[in-house]
Design a protein around this ligand. Structure first.
Ligand code: PBG
Length: 324
């Protein structure tokens, strides 16, 4: 039946009616907080491109994780910033490395907070690329796999519940799963950054992590943002190789990909609202152009509605407070 019998506005009349028929729920249990943990610093340091986000010492990261847990967030995603870097990124698989130490400290201090470790070499290599370089300057895919598997084992031994490879090498999920299983770490889950575009929105992160490539760019390994079919193929490959969960990144520019990857894999799916998406809302809010709280909750709801089971966002703690 059409108008005037049918009137969609009937169910929008009061808050109670709108709540009754709301299709997408946003709650703190669906949000994950990324944390930057830096070696050799005291307390916390601001990050210029991301107002409100900081690099933390291990003890400050433990405090943030405890606050996150009190707010109802289920997990933190750790990024390590080492004091020294080398061509191989060996700090990434150091059992006493910054992420390993932070993982142990958080798992010990903050009950059942899940720790997810970002698994990549770019924060640890002196050239800033996500893998080993060949003589011609290209990233050597197959030689990098062994290193990534080593990092996974080290992170899992430190207590990571989930490892999250973000390097975009072909075959890395299979290599990581095989090595974890061989080392008796069959319970460590893999959340693969399955469909990760070579996005302009990672800029503030690279400043935070000091991981801007010294030359070239990441277009040879990260995906062309124009490709949706390829994103689905990437996710299906990762699923075949043993990914327990898949991620789409960035989130806002990729809502269609979130939906398509979810439908194709039926795996738990996370979407990463990345540093540039955060910085954009912050800047618009600071300029008085947007109401920060409603803009953030709208973006997170849209990402959930597109098909994401959970959202990784620098707004996780604030959003959890707003949702109380
Ligand atoms: C590491 C990694 C990056 C991000 C997450 N893991 C940077 C990159 O790929 O250059 C970006 C996260 C963000 O922008 O918030 N490879």
């Amino acid at each position: 039946m059409a108008f005037p019998q049918t009137r969609p506005r009937r169910l929008r009349r009061t808050g109670a009616l709108r709540g009754l028929v709301r299709e997408t729920e946003l709650r703190p249990g669906r949000l994950i907080l990324p944390l930057f943990v830096a070696a050799g610093i005291e307390g916390s340091q601001p990050i210029a491109g991301m107002p409100g986000v900081e690099r933390h010492s291990i003890s400050a990261a433990v405090e943030r994780a405890a606050e996150a847990q009190a707010l109802g967030l289920p997990a933190v995603l750790l990024f390590g910033i080492p004091e020294t870097k080398d061509p191989e990124g060996s700090g990434a698989w150091d059992d006493e490395g910054i992420v390993q130490l932070a993982t142990r400290a958080i798992k010990q201090a903050v009950g059942d907070m899940l720790v997810i470790c970002d698994l990549c070499l770019c924060e640890y290599t002196d050239h800033g690329h996500c893998g080993l370089l060949r003589d011609d300057g290209d990233v050597d895919n197959d030689a990098t796999l062994e290193l990534l598997a080593r990092v996974a084992v080290s992170q899992a031994r430190a207590g990571a519940d989930i490892v999250a490879p973000s390097d975009m090498m072909d075959g890395r999920v299979g290599a990581i799963r095989a090595e974890l299983d061989a080392e008796g770490l069959a319970d460590t889950a893999i959340l693969s950054y399955a469909a990760k575009s070579a996005s302009a929105f990672y800029g503030p992160f690279r400043e935070a992590a000091g991981s801007t490539p010294a030359f070239g760019d990441r277009h040879g390994y990260q995906m062309d943002p124009a490709n949706g079919d390829e994103a689905v193929r990437e996710a299906l490959l990762d699923a075949d190789e043993g990914a327990d969960m898949v991620m789409v990144k960035p989130a806002g520019p990729c809502l269609d990909i979130i939906r398509r990857v979810k439908e194709a894999t039926r795996l738990p799916l996370g979407a990463y609202q990345v540093s540039g998406e955060y910085a954009m809302i912050k800047a618009a809010a600071a300029a008085g152009a947007l109401d920060e709280r409603s803009a953030v909750l709208e973006t997170l709801t849209g990402i959930r509605r597109a098909g994401a089971d959970f959202v990784i966002t620098y707004y996780a703690a604030e959003a959890a407070q707003w949702l109380r």
